[in-house]
Design a protein around this ligand. Structure first.
Ligand code: BTN
Length: 328
C-alpha cells in the first residue's frame, strides 16, 4: 500500500498536470490537503527528486514543466528486446514494501519464469544479512525477477554472480563507465557502491523450486541522512556520469543483459559467466579478510569455483570455499 506521503504527492502531481498552462498556488494545495505550506514545499522537493520538473514562482505557485518517466508495464515493454524477461509480466508498483517479497508471493502463486516486479519506492527494501536497502521514491531502480532454474541448491551462488554481471553491464551500457564486481553482490565505481543484489532461494524438498533475484541500482543520490549508516559509501549513476539516466532504459538494459547470461548458463553451463565475472572483479589474487556468519577467514583469493564459491587460501595452505560473506 502506498504511504500517506506518496498518496498526497500523487494527488499534487495530478493537479499540477491538469493545470500545466497555469500555476497552482501553494496556499490552495495546503488547504486542499490540510497540510502546512512547508509540507507542500517538502512534497514538491520530493517530486523534483523523483525527476518531475516543477517550476516555482513567487506569488504564483507551482507549475509542472515535465513529468518523470514511470516504470509501468506498457512503457517498460515498449521496445524491450528480450524473449523471456518481462515478456510474461512487468508488475509495476509506485510503492511497495520489497519487490523481492512481492515477487516471492507471485512465484508461490505460479508466476512464470521471467516475471518482473519493479517499484518507484520500497518502504522495506531488504539487503543482504538482514540489512536495510534504502529505497526512496525515484532515487533508484528497484527490481526483482522470478527464476525457475534447473540447478542444485549449492549452485545458487551462481545466480548472485549472474545478477552482479547483468547489473555491471547495464551500468556500463548506460554510462560508459565499467564498474567493478565485488564478491559476492556489490557493484562499485571507484570503491563506492552503485548497486547490490539479493538472491533468495526457495526449495521444495531438496530441489530449487524458484529463486527471486532482486537488484537495487542507485540512479540519483540518496538523501544525506540515509548515507551515514551504510557500510560502503554509495554513489549514483547520474552523479558519477554527470548526465540524466532513464530508469526505463536502465531496466531494459538490465533485463537484456540478465536474459543473455541466464539463457547462456542454461544452454552451456556456468563457465562463460564465471569468466565474465572474473573479468569484472578485482578480488582474484588479492589478500582479503572475509567474515562469514561471525567467523573470519584470512587469505588470498585463488579463484571462484565452478559453482560460484569464493576460493580463499589461508597462509597454512588450507583452501576455504565460501558460499557467501562480507569482505572486510
Ligand atoms: C545488498 O547490497 O545488500 C543487496 C541489496 C538488494 C536491494 C534490492 S532492491 C530490489 C530488491 N528488493 C529488495 O527488498 N531488495 C532487493
Amino acid at each position: 500500500m502506498a504511504s500517506k506521503g506518496t498518496a498526497v504527492r500523487e494527488k499534487i502531481l495530478e493537479l499540477l498536470q491538469k493545470n500545466t498552462d497555469g500555476y497552482t498556488s501553494g496556499e490552495d494545495l495546503s488547504q486542499l490537503f490540510s497540510i502546512s505550506r512547508a509540507a507542500v514545499s517538502k512534497h514538491v522537493s520530493v517530486l523534483r527528486g523523483q525527476g518531475h520538473e516543477i517550476e516555482a514562482v513567487t506569488r504564483k505557485g507551482y507549475r509542472l514543466l515535465r513529468k518523470a518517466e514511470l516504470l509501468t508495464e506498457e512503457v517498460v515493454r515498449q521496445g524491450l528486446n528480450t524473449r523471456l524477461f518481462g515478456q510474461c509480466g512487468v508488475h509495476y508498483l509506485p510503492s511497495v514494501g520489497s519487490t523481492n517479497l512481492e515477487a516471492m508471493q507471485l512465484a508461490f502463486s505460479g508466476a512464470p519464469e521471467g516475471t518482473v516486479v519493479v517499484a518507484d519506492e520500497q518502504t522495506g527494501g531488504r539487503g543482504r544479512q538482514g540489512r536495510i536497502w534504502h529505497s526512496p521514491a525515484g532515487c533508484g531502480l528497484y527490481v526483482s525477477v522470478v527464476l525457475r532454474p534447473d540447478i542444485a541448491p549449492n549452485e545458487a551462488p551462481i545466480i548472485t554472480l549472474l545478477t552482479n554481471v547483468a547489473a555491471a553491464e547495464a551500468v556500463h551500457e548506460m554510462t560508459g563507465i565499467l564498474p567493478v564486481c565485488k564478491w559476492p553482490n556489490d557493484v562499485l565505481i571507484d570503491g563506492c557502491k552503485v548497486a547490490g543484489n539479493l538472491t533468495e532461494i526457495f526449495l521444495s524438498g531438496d530441489v530449487v523450486s524458484h529463486i527471486i533475484s532482486g537488484a537495487g541500482i542507485n540512479v540519483r543520490p540518496l538523501p544525506k541522512r540515509l548515507v551515514a549508516d551504510l557500510r560502503t559509501a554509495p554513489c549514483s549513476l547520474e552523479e558519477t556520469a554527470g548526465k540524466s539516466i532513464s530508469r526505463v532504459e536502465l531496466l531494459q538494459a538490465y533485463l537484456v543483459r540478465y536474459e543473455y547470461w541466464y539463457l547462456l548458463v542454461k544452454e552451456q553451463g556456468f563457465a562463460l559467466l564465471l569468466t565474465r565475472w572474473k573479468e569484472l572483479t578485482d578480488v582474484v589474487g588479492k589478500e582479503l579478510t572475509v567474515e562469514v556468519r561471525g567467523e573470519t577467514f584470512q587469505g588470498t583469493v585463488t579463484d571462484v569455483s565452478t559453482d560460484g564459491m569464493l576460493l580463499l587460501q589461508s597462509s597454512d595452505g588450507v583452501e576455504h570455499r565460501l558460499f557467501s560473506g562480507d569482505i572486510l
